[in-house]
Design a protein around this ligand. Structure first.
Ligand SMILES: NC(=O)C[C@H](N)C(=O)O
Length: 474
């Protein structure tokens, strides 16, 4: 079955690794990739390290464009006020491009200008060349890009965004924007953040109508989105396969290393989909393509970020495992002594079970399919012969669930019966009346994907400004 039409978009057909990090005219990244020996260059950046010797000063400069630094040699004849120059200070330096006896590209300075001093007296938290724990660095969210580790992470994150977009365009899936303000709790888990205007004047004038404050602005309760799925389904019924990539909010009272209150989710709805297998194939293809792209184009940042290299990615060469819920439960029960809490068909699996299963199966990403109906939301399509639904979770090594999805119920009668009475969703039935098609889709947690491939212990270290319970001050 030909599921996807190839719709090439020329503007996305670039070489991702090159374009995304070499955007500055005079960046260290472009200098090191294409050094024109003897020519003049100006670099703006920060001092990573400085060594003052009798005749020369050696300054390692970084500028955010790459994990690499460039050494600037300042001879004593230049008469630079060295007192002002310290690690962390921002500078503009110009000079000529030279090659050291060891073959490194360096700059022989003609001019050094201090932009702004990094004041250690004011309590700058990072000393040069010192390693800090993620917990320590996380205390200074606003200064985290000063550390090589976190700057590398954000460059990989940037490339991963582009790689996902590029992979979807290759598959002919169309990018759409879905609303952040919604009136539905798609997952039905009661983890929504309610939205009301914080404008006393407006509230007072609207209150005259006697409407409850929760419904005063939109005439019904409104929330920050927990999933764009319903909107994607609507759009797929006319546009074909679609995806969105945006902020998603869940008021889960968890401070665990796997949860964020605000995260980015890639959500996809594939049109004219009758079976689960092509959807699983799509997810596997997508993850392998994006990860290979990152390994090809961002390996130095991947290594600098977490010290891992290609050997950690053996799973790229293997087929993902597919296991039914019952088979997975059986494995867990046979290994019951390993767990604090036993798995059961009533409550499903917890994080400990998920991580165990992937390890048990050789650290290969594992699809769990055919879930008991009561463990999944109302919109999942029922299997023909039993009490299961055609839903799946994808479990990743050391992280557990990173993708969740399934086929959507397209039997009008069944859907009408199952539709939650709270937050009426008549429009969700509507497009099934007018030439409705069968679709299936999924949500992929972008930060959990980064956590998996970069082996990051705590998800809070995959996003610039993480939000979790009691933490939204910066
Ligand atoms: N976890 C999710 O957001 C799942 C998603 N709504 C889906 O089944 O496509």
């Amino acid at each position: 079955m030909a599921l996807y039409i190839h719709r090439p978009l020329s503007f996305l057909n670039y070489k991702i690794g090159f374009l995304n990090i070499c955007f500055k005219k005079y960046s260290i990244c472009s200098l090191l990739r294409n050094p024109e020996l003897g020519s003049e260059i100006e670099i703006k950046g920060w001092i990573a390290n400085i060594r003052k010797q009798k005749h020369n000063i050696f300054i390692d400069v970084k500028d955010g464009s790459t994990s690499e630094q460039v050494q600037v040699i300042v001879s004593s004849d230049l008469n630079v006020n060295t007192k002002e120059l310290s690690a962390g200070s921002s500078i503009i330096t110009s000079g000529s491009i030279v090659k050291s006896p060891k073959g490194n590209i360096e700059i022989l300075a003609k001019k050094i200008k201090l932009i702004s001093k990094c004041s250690t007296e004011e309590g700058y938290p990072f000393a040069p060349r010192k390693e800090y724990s993620p917990e320590y660095i996380r205390q200074y969210l606003h200064l985290r890009t000063k550390t090589n580790h976190f700057a590398s992470l954000l460059r990989v994150r940037n490339s991963a965004v582009l790689a996902f977009h590029s992979a979807f365009q290759d598959e002919g899936v169309i990018n759409v924007h879905t609303p952040i303000l919604t009136s539905n709790d798609c997952e039905g888990a009661g983890e929504t953040f309610k939205v009301i205007p914080d404008n006393e004047h407006l509230l007072k004038s609207m209150a005259k109508s006697g409407v409850h404050v929760d419904e005063i602005f939109f005439n019904k309760k409104s929330y920050l989105t927990v999933s764009a799925q319903f909107h994607l389904e609507a759009l797929a019924n006319g546009l074909g396969s679609v995806y969105t990539f945006g902020p998603t909010f869940r008021a889960e009272n968890s401070k665990s290393r796997f949860h964020l209150a605000e995260f980015y989710m890639i959500e996809v709805e594939i049109a004219f989909l009758e079976e689960l297998k092509p959807l699983l194939n799509f997810v596997e293809r997508l993850l392998k393509k994006v990860t290979n792209n990152l390994l090809d184009n961002n390996i130095s940042d991947i290594v600098s970020c977490q010290g891992i290299n290609r050997t950690e990615f053996e799973w790229l060469e293997k087929d993902f495992v597919i296991l039914s819920f019952d088979e997975a439960l059986n494995i867990l029960n046979c290994n019951a002594s390993q767990f604090k809490k036993l798995a059961n068909a009533q409550n499903g699996f917890n994080k400990e079970h998920e991580i165990f299963l992937v390890k048990y199966l050789g650290n290969i990403p594992t699809f769990i399919i055919d879930w008991p109906r009561h463990l999944k939301p109302f919109y999942m399509k029922e299997c023909k012969n039993d009490s299961k639904v055609l839903a799946f979770d994808l479990l990743a090594p050391d992280v557990g669930e990173i993708v969740g999805g399934g086929l959507r119920e397209d039997d009008f009668q069944k859907l009408e019966e199952k539709l939650p009475k709270e937050g009426v969703l008549e429009w969700y039935l509507d497009f099934r009346k007018f030439g409705g098609i069968s679709t299936g889709g999924f949500g992929l947690g972008f930060e959990r994907y980064l956590q998996t491939i970069l082996k990051i212990d705590n998800i809070k270290d995959t996003i610039p400004f993480p939000r979790w319970p009691h933490n939204c001050s910066l």
